[in-house]
Design a binder for this molecule. Structure first.
Ligand SMILES: [Zn+2]
Length: 120
């Protein structure tokens, strides 16, 4: 029991020290700092590859994205099933299953669709 509490105490002490040091001397650039100097804030996921980075646009813009998107092996991606929908962060996200024609890797495209111009 003392060993567990001791280990927990050491971990907590290091976390507290790390947070205090990071406040005095920023160890990692803050997103506000990057915005100030005009550098784009890095996305955790590339646009359209995760719900949090879902594309926002019309169905036509999603189709254009799908046509341009490539696998890491540079292979072309094709739809391999019906689109699905999920709710993420209060938005409905369309999930498009894709497969690489070259290496067979599975991918997904995520989009929060907006209404396009009225047809006709
Ligand atoms: Zn591929």
């Amino acid at each position: 029991m003392i060993a567990v509490l001791g280990t927990l105490g050491i971990v907590i002490a290091f976390v507290v020290i790390g947070v205090l040091v990071d406040r005095k001397v920023p160890l990692l650039p803050r997103s506000e700092d990057l915005e100030k100097i005009g550098k784009p804030v890095p996305l955790v996921h590339a646009a359209g590859t995760a719900p949090e980075s879902a594309l926002v646009g019309t169905a036509a813009e999603l189709e254009a994205h799908l046509a341009a998107r490539r696998c890491a092996c540079k292979g072309k991606l094709a739809r391999t099933g019906p689109d699905e929908a999920l709710r993420y962060d209060g938005r409905v996200i369309v999930v498009v299953p894709l497969t690489c024609a070259k290496c067979g890797a599975h991918h997904r495209a995520y989009a929060a669709l907006t209404a396009g111009p009225p047809a006709g």
